[in-house]
Design a protein around this ligand. Sequence first.
Ligand code: MN
Length: 297
Amino acid sequence: MSDISTPCVQITLSREATVGDLHVRRALPTQRRRTVGAWCFADHMGPEDLASSRDVEIAPHPHIGLQTVTWLFDGEFLHRDSLGSEQLIRPGQLNLMRAGHGVAHSEQTPTPHGSPLHGVQLWLAQSEVTRNGPSSFEHHATLPECELRHGLARVLVGEFASTVSPAHCDGEYVGVELDLSRGLSELSLRRDFEYALIVASGALDVETVTVAPGRLAYLGTGRDELALTVREATRIMLLGGVALSEPILMWWNFVARTRQEISEAHGSWVAGDERFGPVASSLKRTMVPAPPWTRQR
Ligand code: MN
């Protein structure tokens, strides 16, 4: 598994799904591609026109063993969690929540809202070192940018092109938004990272492969640089990191290693015990179905 010299371009189709009535394209996980580095979940949300006064409401729900990375291109979202955080997020800002042993949160569009909602919701699997530790939440109102020859990079987490995000980083991974104009763009990458691209808007070619919204382009490892032929103004999420050295078990909103761990987290949420504290939200807490392996036949 230590082969770090296998660049490739593999396209997987995202799955259409809904989260709190919001239309999303789920780029990770899919049948053919479960993770990219520690990135284990990637929803491209919208763009959804909410001018029809429809609210997006994602009711309080639990997480373990992952970090949520919320990033908007347009619109606003209000985050509340069991740590007592209440934070409005706007485009270009980062909400990073570390679940550790357990946290609960809700997300909803503020009232009133006017602009369409468009963004990504990403998860990073936590390492063995931190995944059973405390939960935390951080908001970054601004993030460092770096100029590229044909655009701009905003570094959400990790380091890209010598630009380092101030966000907490407990592993070898990176998340970047790239805003590119038409032309040839060259990116410097790390040979030991595997990477993937998610196109939020626009289109580009990676080698001979066209990538557009609704698709994830997995790029493999072993690349020092990447050439992108950008066809029109294009917005991309570049996700990368050292491939996970151990398999993770994901079920519902839980990231763990064993079924036992997930069954315990589910039991705590159903019982309403202290593992997941209350969220100061008027929305009703989410019912979590029993894991399939615990259901009576
Ligand atoms: Mn969540």
